[in-house]
Design a protein around this ligand. Sequence first.
Ligand code: SF4
Ligand code: SF4
Length: 86
Amino acid sequence: MAEQSTARSQSRRERRRSRTSTPFIVLDRSRCEACWSCVDACPRGALGKMQVIWHKHAVVADAERCTGCRRCLDVCAPGALSSADG
Ligand code: SF4
Ligand code: SF4
């Protein structure tokens, strides 16, 4: 039972991480101003929108689609996106 709950919380953590990063970029949701420029700029549809009450920010919709082209980094004025390699 304890193992099941540990596995569940691990998978929740992994899901959260996969919604905020790809192998190439990292999203800091707290700095996101929900302008959607990155979503529009991504040629691969890797980014998406979280739009519910109290939660409005970009998300990584499909990390595997990210090719690391960095277009999203170039258009994010508040600096909510950064390169995964620093
Ligand atoms: S690096 Fe390129 S492919 Fe990856 S999320 Fe940003 S714009 Fe999309
Ligand atoms: S460009 Fe930056 S501020 Fe705008 S939605 Fe994307 S992450 Fe948020």
